[in-house]
Design a protein around this ligand. Structure first.
Ligand code: HEM
Ligand SMILES: *[C@@H]1O[C@H](CO)[C@@H](O)[C@H](O)[C@H]1NC(C)=O
Ligand SMILES: *[C@@H]1O[C@H](CO)[C@@H](O)[C@H](O)[C@H]1NC(C)=O
Length: 329
């Protein structure tokens, strides 16, 4: 900057303005670039196909892992942006505390081993190039698509954080006991409107949840179909079996379709928060519409996922490309 300033007095004012604009543009360009879908085309041409084939293999091994990988991206992005902060392990040696022990994550998030094994493969073909945050974003997209859902082009170039925040994970990840107004507020805090909340919630068309998180709903709530509640109680006793699992979408637990919205209209939402989206409130009409028009859901879900993937990424020279997703370089 000093060099620029000392030689610029010989220039006209408009030249000066132009240099300043150019300089700012370059500086901003280096510090924070836009994500772009061709980010690894020359630096790691095999990156995306290798991720896709590893995700496909993981899903062949266990269909649920697709749901777990999708949720990992959500829980990464909603806490200080899509920066792989969720992948940083707690480290008693350095007193580092990450997000994995936050309430919404502990005993709950899965798929870290899949991301680690993809990362080590990519480190062997193009060392130090592909970020953990991008791997998570692509793995989420591939999971949805492999399980029958839509696909989309993932903007790339996210970098990995050197920090994590358990407090923000606790405060910003929505919990299953939230009412509609609190769900709308939690998504609004991240820049999403109620329509996008409903679209993204359609992710619960795949995956499982633990008894402890829906027990109160099946024993105490009245906006639940009685036979559905009774069948769930068999695997979720009133005071034991906290970790017993039930599908979020009982119609087709491993297929990414619009059946979640059919469930909601039938009062068969598993979580309290699920049924809130169809409980006589402002989001009922959209749930009905996704129930009737699966293509609309597919399109809206894909667009909302792209938007979620753009939540304050680290780019340019910010952050780092972690070598091991579980720890800062
Ligand atoms: C609207 C607010 C949301 C709430 C309150 C919520 C809450 C939950 C809860 C409580 C579970 C079960 C966790 C467990 O049993 O340990 C779960 C699972 C899941 N969530 Fe959400 N979630 C929400 C939104 C989302 C979004 C936006 C996505 C992705 C775009 C998502 C994807 C998933 C998936 C795929 C699973 C199943 C994971 C697995 O089987 O491993 N959720 N969610
Ligand atoms: C992984 O990337 C390498 C290097 O680009 C490529 O040769 C290979 O075909 C890729 N593997 C898969 C399964 O896409
Ligand atoms: C049902 O609600 C009561 C009153 O809030 C509560 O004490 C009880 O634990 C709930 N039952 C279950 C199974 O969650």
């Amino acid at each position: 900057m000093a060099a620029n300033r000392s030689c610029s007095h010989s220039k006209s004012f408009s030249d000066l303005k132009f240099s300043f604009l150019l300089m700012s543009f370059l500086l901003v360009g280096i510090a924070s670039a836009q994500l772009s879908s061709n980010f690894y085309v020359t630096s790691c041409p095999g990156a995306l196909t290798n991720i896709t084939s590893a995700v496909a293999a993981a899903i062949r091994n266990e269909a649920r892992i697709g749901a777990s990988l999708l949720r990992l991206h959500f829980h990464d992005c909603f806490v200080n942006g899509c920066d792989a902060s969720i992948l940083l392990d707690d480290d008693p040696g350095t007193n580092f505390v990450g997000e994995q022990t936050a309430f919404p994550n502990v005993n709950s998030i899965r798929g870290l081993d899949v991301i680690d094994s993809i990362k080590s493969k990519l480190e062997s073909i193009c060392p130090g190039v592909v970020s953990c945050a991008d791997i998570v974003a692509v793995a989420a997209r591939d999971s949805v698509n492999i399980l029958g859902g839509p696909t989309w082009t993932v903007p790339l170039g996210r970098r990995d954080s050197t920090t994590a925040s358990r407090d923000t994970a606790n405060s910003d990840l929505p919990g299953p006991s939230l009412d509609l107004s609190a769900l709308i507020a939690a998504f609004s805090k991240k820049g999403f409107n109620a329509n996008e909340l409903v679209a993204l919630s359609g992710a619960h068309t795949i995956g499982l949840a633990r008894c402890v998180l829906f027990r109160n709903r099946i024993y105490n709530e009245t906006n639940i179909e009685p036979n559905f509640a009774a069948s769930l109680k068999a695997n979720c006793p009133s005071s034991s079996g906290d970790n017993n699992l039930s599908p979020l979408d009982a119609i087709s637990r491993t297929i990414f379709d619009n059946a979640y919205f059919i469930d909601l209209v039938n009062k068969k939402g598993l979580l309290h928060s699920d049924q809130q989206l169809f409980n006589g409130g402002s989001t009922d009409s959209q749930v009905n519409s996704y129930r009737n028009f699966p293509e609309t859901f597919r399109t809206d879900f894909a667009n909302a996922m792209i938007k979620m993937g753009n939540l304050s990424p680290l780019t340019g020279t910010n952050g780092q490309i972690r070598i091991n997703c579980g720890k800062v370089n």
